[in-house]
Design a binder for this molecule. Structure first.
Ligand SMILES: [Zn+2]
Length: 128
């Protein structure tokens, strides 16, 4: 991969994903990736890396729904296998968990996907 100065740069995926999980810039790991809940910044405040042309699209809900379904299935299976599976417990524990878990993991998931896209160079600029 070649940067804007013509210098060959190797962008490693796992460090970028790890930085994205912390909602930090995939390049430097210091600047914040979002300035609101899920609104990504146009440029990193620390290293000025352009981040606006990375669009996670429908991959974000796919990842979040997959994670949430697996967590909820594990919780419900544990409740049933231990004999605690009752409709009231599902109503008061599993339903709120199914609402709060996606809200909690959305920024980190989006950051991880943005980190992967940044490392692989999968940006909207390729389509232009
Ligand atoms: Zn940065």
């Amino acid at each position: 991969m070649i940067d804007q100065h013509g210098v060959s740069v190797e962008k490693r995926a796992w460090p970028a994903i790890r930085r994205g999980l912390k909602c930090k810039c995939p390049n430097c790991g210091k600047g914040w990736l979002f300035h609101h809940y899920l609104e990504q910044v146009k440029h990193c405040a620390k290293c000025n890396e352009p981040l606006a042309h990375y669009n996670v699209g429908l991959f974000l809900p796919l990842v979040v729904i997959t994670v949430v379904i697996h967590v909820l299935a594990f919780v419900m299976l544990e409740l049933e296998l231990n004999g605690h599976g009752s409709p009231l417990l599902y109503l008061y524990a599993v339903v709120p968990l199914s609402i709060m878990l996606p809200i909690a993991i959305l920024p980190s998931s989006k950051g991880a996907i943005l980190g992967l896209m940044w490392a692989k160079g999968w940006s909207d600029e390729q389509d232009r």
